[in-house]
Ligand binder design. Structure first.
Ligand code: PRT
Ligand code: MG
Length: 215
């Protein structure tokens, strides 16, 4: 196939990628929020968008089922990035990877005293590397969602999760105690496609690069 397939997740990544696509002259003909279609055509006959879970974007691109995609740094770290060329930080879907604990839990003291902490997260690799670098012993508990519940239900002492407004933490009586890293979404490109479809891909990559908003 000579056409281009772009993998996106619906929600904030789809919404925030639209202006970048527009800069490349690409306009999806449907909105995944209202359409149930997983393959969405665009104004260009040679470009289509596939709608996948945010965590599956790197996998589609790695195996060449999509030529390019947009994925959060959080997702890319957990995936590992094999087979992916990551040419651009798109500076969209921004948030922070944080350690959070229940209000009233003295995290700094627990760390100072060398306590062994139970930490629940969807981001096991990120969490493992963070605490290993600090020399803090942790038991990591893998969850797939609703991390905020874990400390309230007694499953964990702390969580590692993404925070943007802080509203979710606050609503669950949790406080952020440590920033692990700032997060934004990246453009990911299949390494083979970059060579084989260079003529079609290069102008799209250039348009994205030109449309990225700096802080
Ligand atoms: O939602 P779903 O389970 O389908 O998948 P997903 O959560 O992987 O996808 P989506 O679309 O929610 O997130 C896609 C990407 O957006 C993530 O991989 C991040 O890179 C980025 N992003 C930016 C965020 C947030 N901000 C964010 N706030 N992803 C998730 N959140 C969640 C966070 O996990 C927490 O539950 O929002 C909640 C906190 O938000 P505040 O505003 O209350 O702090
Ligand atoms: Mg989500």
């Amino acid at each position: 196939m000579t056409g281009i397939t772009i993998a996106l997740s619906k929600g904030r990544i789809f919404d925030e990628t639209l202006p970048l696509l527009a800069a490349a002259g690409i306009v999806p003909v449907e909105n995944p929020e209202t359409s149930r279609k997983l393959i969405i055509g665009t104004n260009r006959d040679d470009v289509r968008v596939v709608i996948v879970r945010a965590t599956d974007v790197p996998t589609y691109v790695q195996y060449g089922a999509a030529d390019l995609g947009v994925a959060g740094k959080d997702v890319l770290i957990e995936h590992g990035g094999e087979g992916l060329y990551q040419p651009l930080d798109l500076n969209i879907a921004k948030c922070k990877m944080m350690v959070a604990v229940p209000e009233g839990f003295d995290y700094a003291r627990a760390v100072r005293q060398g306590a062994r902490l139970k930490v629940a997260s969807k981001y096991i690799k990120t969490a493992r590397e963070h605490f290993a670098a600090k020399g803090v012993h942790v038991d990591l508990i893998k969850l797939y969602g609703s991390m905020e519940l874990a400390p309230l239900a007694g499953l964990a002492d702390a969580i590692v999760d993404l925070v943007s407004t802080g509203g979710t933490l606050k609503a669950n009586k949790l406080v952020a105690v440590e920033e692990i890293m700032p997060i934004s979404s990246r453009l990911v490109v299949n390494q083979a496609a970059l060579k084989l479809k260079r003529e079609t891909l290069a102008p799209i990559l250039d348009a994205f690069a030109g449309a990225v908003k700096k802080d």
